[in-house]
Design a protein around this ligand. Structure first.
Ligand code: FDA
Length: 303
């Protein structure tokens, strides 16, 4: 209930204005967001690299409404790739197709994503495509399939809460597209997604077997210790070399677990968002864990 309310609030422009202009919200959000610009992100990437983790850099922004905005997102993603190369950072990038114009025209998102994928390929960096709300899933998978025809450095996220994901995974495995497996962070209808956490977790475990067995480069994106343990068991059973898969976790979440997997010699990539459009991302992080909301509210009261 609380989760659904927070996820609904993530789409409210009025709340967005109130929250983003609030200094306490900005302070709490700083736990999850590297800062407003590439210099801030650069500092965080270096810290994480020094601790043995790679980074997936995410320029915040989603649901652009014009071609001009989509091109601005492309320019920002290209600047991030330039920075990665110029400063020799151990990082790749994550993109959202709605930032690249998916709502305007799917062809526009494909054109813009192609520019980003081409630059990523030049510098040897994967371009991971985030998975957004249900209405975008089919278009995202189709776009990734078309990108894959020219760029082998494109990966995509799939969400275990969706009933359709098993079929999507079969398509992606057949195309040889690297997959990031997550539970899913949006508000979805019970007609298309599991509503109960236990079912989402079980679906994750089932899909995990599949990605470990059949995907060229599984990216296991979770902070759930039971699923991290299961991954370690499955990769051992399937004799997967440690260079052929990675764990992924979010900046500011379960740093203890992040350190643990690095210390054990597994690859870890931390997803690092930066930019001024942090409101929907922040609301999704609050929704994932009620304690984050209480922390936020208690800071507001103490002001
Ligand atoms: P779960 O929610 O069960 O959490 C397990 C434990 O992790 C909790 O008990 C708590 O300790 C900790 N935890 C989890 N979330 C926390 C938070 N916000 N704050 C503090 N502690 C927290 N989703 C999506 O729909 N599309 C996408 O493209 C992506 N991309 C993505 C990339 C990466 C690298 C990660 C790690 C996650 C995503 N997600 C995502 C988000 C994902 O769908 C999911 O919402 C979160 O990862 C939380 O789920 P867990 O698997 O961590 O399990």
């Amino acid at each position: 209930m609380l989760k659904a309310t927070l996820l609904k609030a993530a789409g409210s422009p009025t709340l967005q204005r109130q929250v983003t202009s609030n200094p306490v919200a900005r302070r709490v959000a700083a736990r999850f967001i590297a800062g407003n610009n590439l210099d801030d992100a650069d500092r965080v990437i270096r810290e994480l690299n020094a601790r043995g983790a790679s980074v997936a850099l995410d320029y915040l922004g989603e649901n652009t409404e014009s071609e001009a905005q989509a091109r601005e997102s492309t320019a920002a993603y290209l600047a991030a790739l330039d920075r990665i190369q110029d400063h020799q950072l151990d990082a790749n990038i994550s993109v959202k197709l709605t930032a690249l114009g998916l709502d305007v025209r799917p062809e526009l998102a494909l054109e813009e994503a192609s520019k980003v994928a081409a630059r990523g390929k030049e510098i040897g960096a994967m371009v991971g495509v985030d998975m957004e709300a249900y209405q975008y899933v089919e278009k995202t998978i189709e776009t990734v399939g078309r990108l894959k025809q020219s760029y082998d450095n494109v990966g995509v996220c799939v969400q275990s809460y969706l009933f359709r994901t098993r079929d999507d995974l079969d398509r992606l495995n057949a195309w040889g597209v690297p997959v990031r497996l997550v539970k899913g962070a949006y508000r979805e209808s019970p007609e298309v997604a599991y509503a109960e956490k236990a079912l989402v977790d079980r679906a994750f475990a089932d899909l995990l077997e599949d990605v470990i067995a059949h995907n060229p480069y599984p990216m296991v994106a979770t902070h759930d210790p039971a699923l991290v343990r299961l991954t370690k068991r499955l990769v051992a059973e399937h004799r997967r070399d440690r260079g052929t898969f990675e764990f992924q976790m979010l900046y500011g979440v379960r740093r203890d677990l992040q350190q643990q997997v690095v210390a054990e010699g597994y690859r870890l990539r931390v997803y690092v968002p930066y930019g001024t459009q942090w409101y929907p991302y922040f609301m999704r992080r609050l929704a994932e864990r009620p304690a984050n909301l209480y922390f936020f509210l208690s800071n507001l009261v103490r002001r």
